[in-house]
Design a protein around this ligand. Structure first.
Ligand SMILES: *[C@@H]1O[C@H](CO)[C@@H](O)[C@H](O)[C@H]1NC(C)=O
Ligand SMILES: *[C@@H]1O[C@H](CO)[C@@H](O)[C@H](O)[C@H]1NC(C)=O
Ligand SMILES: *[C@@H]1O[C@H](CO)[C@@H](O)[C@H](O)[C@H]1NC(C)=O
Length: 640
C-alpha cells in the first residue's frame, strides 16, 4: 500500500460511516438514558434426576431456533467428549447425538465462546440434538443469545431446535453430574414464558419498511408472506388485537442541520432511520424509510378506525412486492397505488402522514418513539424485527409456526382458537407410539390428540358417542348408541345368519354375554351346552340337542309337546280339548279351597292361592317370555 492515501470516495465513506455510527450511538444513548432496560426472556428448566440437582432453574430463550412456547420437552443432557464449544461440525469428531430407538431426545450441553451462538445451534442440530443448552463461560446474569448481525447467519433460517443459555454455575453442576456417570434428565418448560390471562391475545410486530438489509429483511418478508393469512383470520374473529410498530431515532440537537441528519430524518431531525445502504450518496436515504414507515402506521390507524386492521398485512405484503428498492419504486407514488388497489382512503392517510418537512412534532411518530421504551414486564424494543405477545418480547426464529405457537400460548387454556389445534402447529407426538395414549388396534380409535401444548391423552368422541376412561390404558364407549361404535368394545358373532352380541344399549357400560352364553363378554362368549350341563330338557324320554346359544328338546312320543317355559312335556291332546275344562275344574276346586282356607289362613294364604292360580293359568295360556312372572312365582313359593 506504500504511503498512498486512500481514494477520496473511500475516505468520504469512512467519514459518513463514522458519523452515522456516532449519531446512532448518541441517539440510542439518549433513548436508553430515559429508562434503558432490556428484558431477558426466560423459560424454565426442571432437572428430574439426579436427586442432587433436582429443581427448577431459569434459562434464557435464544433469539433463534424454535422455542416451544406453551409446551414442554423432555430429554437427557449430553456433554460432548470433544468439540465442547460446538464450533465445528460434530461429524468431524465422529460424534452423533441421534437418540436410539426408544431413547429420550438429547439436549446437548455446549460451552459459550469462540463462535456464534447460531453456529453452535446448527452444529448441535445437524448432529441430532433435540435442543441446545449453552453454558455461560462467566458468572453473570443471564443474557439473550442473539443472531449475528452480518456474517455467520448462513444457518439461521434452518435452525429449528430450541436453544437456551444457562448460567455458568448451573452448567458446571450439570457437567459435574455427567462426569460422575449420572444420567441427567431434564424438562424444558415454556408454559409460563408468556402470560396467558384471557381469551384475547394482544401482540405487536416491530418492523421496518426497509427491504434492503440482507438476510434479516428477506426473513422478515417471507415471514409476512407466510403469516399474513393466519394473522388476518385471528384478527377477524376477534381472537387477537394486533398493532404494528416502527422504531425511529432522533438526531441530536447539534447535528440537526448536518447533511447526514437532513438525509436521514424528517420533521427537522425528530424522526430518523439509518440509511438503507449505509451510504448517503446513493440510493434511498433514511428519510425515505421513515416516510414509508409513517405511511404504514397511518394506514394501520385508518384501517383500524374502519374496523379492518388486517388490511395492514395486505398492504405490507403488496408494497414489498410492488414497490421494492431494487427496482427504484420505493416511493410515495407507488405506495399510493397500493393503497388505492386496497380500496382505502388516500386522503385520510395523507393527512395522517402530514408534512415531513415541517419543524414540528408528528403525533403518530412521537407515539411510536414513546412506545419503544419498555413498560410493565416488557423491556425496550431494540432488536428489529421483534414480536411482542401479551406485552412480552418473543424470542426465537421469525417463523410462522413458531410465532403462532407463541401467540397460541398467550390464550387462557381452553380458550385458544381452533387454528392453535390444527395440523399447522401440532407437535406430532401422536405419531410415535401413539404418544403413550390409548389406542384400539382394531379400529384405530385413539385417545392421543396433538395440540400446540403437546399431546394430550383424552378418550375420543366418535360419531357422537363419547368414550370414557383414563385415556392412557383404557377408553370405553358409553351412553346411548355405544353399541353402534365397534359394538361397544364387546364380543359379537354371527353364525348361520344369527347374530349375537354382548353389548346392550340398555346397559350404560360394560359387556354381558346374552342368555345361553357365558364369558366376560369382551374377549368372547361361549355357548352353554344346556344338555351336557343338565340345565334343561332332563325329563325322561326327552332328547336334548345343544345348539348355538340355545338347545332343542324333543319329548318322547309323537303326541307330546315340549313347553320351553317350564321345561316340561305335556300331551298335545290334553291341551287341545281337555285343557280348558281341566283348567276350570282346577280353578273352581282351588276357588273352593280358597274360600275354605280364608277363615283359617286369611290374607296370606289367599295371596298364595292367587299366585298359584296365576301360575296354573299360565301353563295353559299361550305365553311367551313370561320369565319374570314365573321367576317371581318361584320366589313366592320359596317364601311359603
Ligand atoms: C436450509 O434448508 C433448505 C431446505 O432444506 C435448503 O434449500 C437451504 O439450502 C438451507 N440453507 C442453509 C443456509 O443451510
Ligand atoms: C384499534 O381499534 C380498536 C377499537 O376498534 C382499539 O381498541 C384499539 O386500541 C385500536 N388499536 C390501535 C393500535 O390503535
Ligand atoms: C390402523 O392403522 C394401521 C397403521 O396405520 C393400518 O395398517 C390399519 O389398516 C388401520 N386399521 C384400520 C381399521 O383402519
Amino acid at each position: 500500500m506504500g504511503g498512498r492515501s486512500p481514494p477520496a470516495g473511500w475516505r468520504r465513506w469512512v467519514r459518513t460511516r463514522l458519523l452515522l455510527l456516532l449519531l446512532v450511538v448518541l441517539a440510542l444513548a439518549a433513548t436508553a438514558a430515559v429508562e434503558g432496560r432490556f428484558v431477558v426472556e426466560k423459560n424454565s428448566l426442571r432437572v428430574t434426576s439426579p436427586a442432587a440437582l433436582r429443581g427448577v432453574y431459569e434459562c434464557a430463550i435464544g433469539n433463534f431456533g424454535m422455542p416451544q412456547y406453551g409446551g414442554t420437552m423432555h430429554g437427557v443432557v449430553v456433554y460432548p467428549k470433544a468439540n465442547t464449544k460446538a464450533c465445528k461440525p460434530f461429524a468431524d469428531f465422529g460424534l452423533s447425538f441421534n437418540p436410539k430407538a426408544g431413547g429420550l431426545p438429547v439436549f446437548l450441553l455446549v460451552d459459550r465462546g469462540d463462535c456464534y451462538f447460531t453456529t453452535k445451534g446448527w452444529n448441535a442440530q445437524t448432529a441430532g440434538a433435540a435442543a441446545v443448552l449453552v453454558a455461560d463461560d462467566r458468572a453473570e446474569p443471564l443474557i439473550t443469545m442473539d443472531t449475528p448481525e452480518s456474517s455467520g447467519k448462513e444457518h439461521l433460517e434452518n435452525i429449528t431446535v430450541p436453544s437456551a443459555l444457562v448460567s455458568k454455575r448451573f452448567g458446571d453442576d450439570l457437567k459435574g453430574a455427567l462426569e460422575n456417570g449420572d444420567m441427567v434428565n431434564v424438562l424444558l418448560d415454556w408454559r409460563e414464558s408468556l402470560p396467558h390471562p384471557d381469551e384475547r391475545v394482544e401482540y405487536e410486530f416491530w418492523t421496518n419498511s426497509n427491504d434492503e438489509c440482507g438476510a434479516k429483511c428477506d426473513m422478515q418478508m417471507s415471514f409476512v408472506r407466510d403469516f399474513r393469512g393466519v394473522a388476518q383470520v385471528l384478527e377477524q374473529r376477534g381472537y387477537t388485537q394486533f398493532a404494528p410498530h416502527y422504531i425511529t431515532w432522533y438526531c441530536p440537537e447539534a447535528f440537526v442541520l448536518s447533511a447526514q441528519c437532513r438525509s436521514q430524518c424528517v420533521n427537522h431531525g425528530r424522526y430518523c432511520a439509518p440509511d438503507p445502504e449505509q451510504d448517503f450518496t446513493t440510493g434511498y436515504d433514511g428519510k425515505d424509510v421513515v416516510v414509508q414507515n409513517l405511511i404504514q402506521i397511518c394506514l394501520f390507524k385508518v384501517a383500524n378506525e374502519s374496523r379492518k386492521p388486517w388490511l395492514w398485512w395486505d398492504y405490507v405484503h403488496d408494497f414489498a412486492i410492488r414497490c421494492p428498492m431494487k427496482e427504484k419504486k420505493y416511493t410515495t407514488d407507488c405506495a399510493h397505488g397500493v393503497i388505492k388497489s386496497l380500496g382505502m382512503d388516500i386522503d385520510k392517510i395523507t393527512q395522517c402522514v402530514g408534512d415531513p418537512d415541517a419543524d414540528e412534532d408528528n403525533p403518530v411518530l412521537k407515539a411510536e418513539q414513546d412506545a419503544q421504551i419498555g413498560h410493565g414486564a416488557r423491556g425496550d424494543v431494540t432488536i428489529l424485527p421483534t414480536f411482542v405477545v401479551n406485552n412480552r418480547q418473543y424470542r426465537g426464529k421469525l417463523d410462522k409456526r413458531a410465532v403462532l405457537r407463541a401467540i397460541c400460548s398467550g390464550f387462557e387454556e381452553t380458550t385458544e382458537p381452533d387454528i392453535c389445534l390444527t395440523q399447522d402447529i401440532q407437535t406430532n407426538q401422536c405419531l410415535e407410539n401413539n404418544g403413550g395414549c390409548w389406542l384400539d388396534k382394531n379400529t384405530n380409535f385413539t385417545a392421543c390428540k396433538d395440540t400446540f401444548r403437546g399431546r394430550v391423552c383424552e378418550c375420543p368422541v366418535v360419531n357422537g358417542v363419547k368414550f370414557v376412561g383414563d385415556g392412557y390404558t383404557h377408553c370405553e364407549a358409553s351412553g346411548v348408541g355405544r353399541c353402534q361404535i365397534n359394538n361397544g368394545g364387546c364380543w359379537k358373532e354371527t353364525r348361520n345368519g344369527k347374530s349375537v352380541s354382548a353389548c346392550s344399549n340398555e346397559q350404560a357400560k360394560g359387556c354381558k354375554c346374552p342368555q345361553g352364553f357365558k364369558g366376560d363378554g369382551i374377549h368372547g362368549c361361549e355357548d352353554v351346552d344346556e344338555c351336557k350341563e343338565r340345565l334343561f330338557c332332563q325329563c325322561k324320554d326327552c332328547s336334548c340337542e345343544n345348539t348355538w346359544g340355545s338347545y332343542e328338546c324333543g319329548c318322547g312320543g309323537s303326541n307330546m309337546l315340549y313347553m320351553r317355559e317350564h321345561d316340561t312335556c305335556i300331551s298335545k291332546v290334553a291341551t287341545s280339548s281337555l285343557g280348558w275344562g281341566f283348567m276350570w275344574v282346577i280353578f273352581f276346586g282351588l276357588g273352593f279351597a280358597g274360600v275354605g282356607a280364608y277363615a283359617v289362613y286369611k290374607y296370606r294364604l289367599r295371596s298364595y292361592m292367587d299366585s298359584e292360580i296365576r301360575a296354573i293359568m299360565a301353563q295353559y295360556m299361550p305365553l311367551e317370555n313370561q320369565e319374570t312372572s314365573s321367576h317371581q312365582r318361584h320366589v313366592e313359593h320359596a317364601d311359603i
